[in-house]
Structures are given as C-alpha cells and as structure tokens.
Design a protein around this ligand. Structure first.
Ligand SMILES: [Zn+2]
Length: 165
C-alpha cells in the first residue's frame, strides 16, 4: 500500500467499506508523509492477513478455522447447520475488515463471534460468552445472563433447564 505521490508506505486508514458484492473492501487512506489521500481496493482473501493479538501479548496470524471451531463448539448439539456456521464466519470477517486494518485482539474477535451467535442461537451465545468473554465485573455478567435467560425462556422453552441450577 504505497502512496501514489511520494511512494511512502506509511499511511493511515480513514474509512473502510465493503463493495456491494461483499468480496472486496475499499479503503480511504491518507499518506503520513505527504498528506495525499488515496483509495485502495483489496480483495477479502488478501486482506485477512490480520495479526491476532492474544491476551498474553503474542501475535498469531488470523485463522478462519478458529472462528468456526469456537462457534461450532458453542453450537454443539444445537440446531445449527454448517452453512449457518460458515455464514457466521463470513459476517465476523466483514466486521474485521470494516474495523481493523493490521491487527485485532483475540478478545475483540470473541465479541464479534458472540454478537453473531446471539442472532443465531441464544443458548450458543450464552455458552460462548461464558467461556470467552472477559467480564469487567460480576454484575455485568449476571445482567447478560438474565437478559438471555428471559429471551431463551420465551423463544426456546425446551432449553430453559440449561440455566437452572
Ligand atoms: Zn505520500
């Protein structure tokens, strides 16, 4: 990603949006050396060379399989198809493209996965969040569970027992 004017590789993303087909992302960038603004269009498969910053500070390359695996485990024995899991991973990757340029924390990826699971299946969402999310305080955790418990009681009566202990 070099500046068309001065060829500097130092630039900052000021806006990102997906193309209509959803297969590429268009980024507005500003050169940090000469101030020129330019647009780049990047294909998604090229673009997901993101580094994931783990909680211990180490960095690993982003892997779609990890997102799929985490979601799959949360959906164990629930009525969620492979196609739905793939679509979930697609939407997580769209969020990554939209909001992150070079790196992203593993915690943030977990939150994106959680958001998508919440839309897909409430039980999977609670399972996932109870494992992955780092809560700031216990109240927040309890609130989250209470919210979902009510939703689950309304929508999936047979799953109610999961939360009673
Ligand atoms: Zn420049």
């Amino acid at each position: 990603m070099r500046c068309p004017s001065c060829k500097s590789s130092k630039n900052k993303v000021i806006d990102s949006r997906l193309t209509e087909s959803g297969e590429a992302v268009r980024r507005r960038r500003v050169c940090l050396d000469c101030g020129r603004r330019f647009t780049t269009k990047e294909r998604i498969e090229d673009e997901l060379r993101l580094s994931v910053v783990k909680t211990d500070g180490t960095r690993v390359p982003y892997q779609r399989d990890k997102v799929l695996h985490g979601a799959e485990r949360a959906c164990y024995k629930l009525d969620v198809s492979d196609t739905q899991l793939q679509e979930l991973a697609d939407r997580v990757e769209e969020e990554l493209l939209r909001n992150h340029d070079r790196e992203v924390t593993s915690e943030q990826i977990g939150l994106y996965v959680g958001q998508q699971l919440r839309r897909l299946n409430q039980v999977a969402y609670v399972r996932f969040m109870s494992v992955y999310r780092k809560y700031n305080n216990v109240e927040e955790f309890v609130e989250e569970i209470r919210d979902v418990k009510e939703l689950v009681a309304q929508e999936i009566p047979s799953q109610q027992s999961l939360f009673e202990s």
